[in-house]
Design a protein around this ligand. Structure first.
Ligand code: CO
Length: 134
């Protein structure tokens, strides 16, 4: 069921500074910032040869990463995203095994224009897991 690692997301307090760190410090290709109001974040994609890193900055008052940054002031790894072929089948399979799907349980359109879902970190060894249908 699980496919490739699509991305690792890192919450950052200052997107411009984090962009400079990856672009100038690590020499990575870094995208322009993209505002995703529905997800409460502004995102920058760091393109690596085998995967992506997403740098997430809070957008709006009730950003889902606002609380995370309150307790991790310098930022931190926020979630990991795995690719699946069929997000509904994956959701139903995981739900049947007791994993909790966050929000309404229905996929939203993610940063790459594809359906995504998030699974509760308590059901995945303390890691927030995003599933993306590719
Ligand atoms: Co993500």
């Amino acid at each position: 069921m699980i496919g490739r690692l699509n991305h690792v997301a890192i919450a950052v307090p200052d997107l411009a500074a984090a962009t400079a760190l990856y672009r100038d410090g690590l020499g990575a290709n870094v995208s322009e910032p993209q505002a995703l109001p529905e997800h409460g974040v502004t995102v920058v994609f760091v393109e690596l040869p085998n995967t992506k890193v997403e740098l997430l900055e809070p957008l709006g008052a009730d950003s889902p990463i606002g609380k995370f940054l309150e307790s991790n002031a310098s930022g931190g790894m926020h979630h990991i995203c795995y690719e699946v072929d069929d997000i509904i089948a994956a959701r139903d399979h995981l739900s049947a095994q007791g994993a909790r799907v966050l929000g309404t349980g229905e996929p939203k359109i993610g940063a790459h224009g594809k359906p995504v879902l998030f699974l509760h970190p308590k059901d995945f060894n303390g890691t927030l897991v995003e599933l993306e249908q590719v």
